[in-house]
Each structure stands twice: as C-alpha cells, then as structure tokens.
Design a protein around this ligand. Structure first.
Ligand code: CUA
Length: 158
C-alpha cells in the first residue's frame, strides 16, 4: 500500500502527540501525587467513627468565638442530621465519608465540597443570615442519593 509521505508523517505525529499527553498525565500523577488539591488529611473510612477526630460528630465552640462542625457522610445520611451554629461567626466544617464519594452543598451559599472516603474535607465559612439551610448531597452516591440531606440552623447571635 502506498501512503503519501506527508500523510505518513502526520500519522506518526498524531501518535507522538497522544504519547506526550499520556506522558504528561503520568508524570504529574507521580510527581505531584494525585490527591485533593488542598488540606490533604487522610483517614481510614472503615474506622471513621472510631477515629478521635470524628468520634463525636456535632458542633464545638472554639476559643475566639469560632465554631467547628464535625459531620460524617454515609449512604444516605449525614451525621448529625441537624446542626445549630451562630451567625456572623466563622464555622469550620470537617467532613469525611464512610463509604463512597458524597457532595456537601449548603443550598443558597457558596459552601460546597466533595466528601471523599479516606480524606477529611475542611473549609471555613460564615453565615450572615439566620435561618434554616438545607445541606444537599450533590454527588450521585446510589439509589437513595436524592434523600440524603441535613439541615444547618443558623441562629442570630445572642
Ligand atoms: Cu450522598 Cu448523593
């Protein structure tokens, strides 16, 4: 079969480009470790509830008025299903999953993170408006995904 030299050249070039792309992915995966981009904190998902960091889910008041919320995700619930926090004070959420990937989205706010088994997801936010906020799971996690929700009750500062 006679293949035009230019066509042959670009057939090889297509292969070289694909190899370069795959090589780039392989290199960055090894060199930078494929993992969540920030706050890489690991945990054994099967022992999450025995781990001292997640043994007592709920709200803790930290010195300086900060609040910390510990929550555990599992098919198809958040533990605890309802938390009470105070408005205008920073809230640090610490979340982990016992089974599959879940999504933690506080409806109507920009609070939104993936909850990946084996990792602790953490972010800090402040609620300015008192009220009841819905936490929806926004990663498809199974047949009960649409029922997986929790509530954050934001109370006015006393
Ligand atoms: Cu958990 Cu969807």
């Amino acid at each position: 079969m006679n293949v035009d030299p230019y066509e042959k050249f670009w057939m090889w070039m297509a292969g070289v480009i694909v190899a370069a792309f795959v090589g780039t992915i392989a290199y960055t995966a090894r060199a930078y470790t494929l993992a969540p981009p920030s706050h890489v904190e690991m945990i054994d998902p099967t022992q999450a509830m025995q781990d001292p960091r997640f043994a007592s889910p709920g709200v803790t008041s930290l010195p300086a008025g900060e609040q910390q919320v510990i929550m555990v995700a599992m098919r198809y619930a958040w533990l605890p299903p309802e938390v009470h926090v105070t408005a205008h004070r920073p809230v640090t959420f610490r979340l982990t999953s016992m089974d599959v990937v879940h999504g933690f989205e506080v409806a109507g706010t920009n609070a939104n993170t993936m909850v990946v088994p084996g990792y602790v997801s953490q972010f800090t936010t402040t609620f300015d408006k008192p009220g009841k906020y819905l936490v929806a799971c926004n990663e498809f996690c199974g047949t009960g995904h649409h029922t997986m929700q929790a509530a954050i009750i934001v109370e006015a500062a006393p």
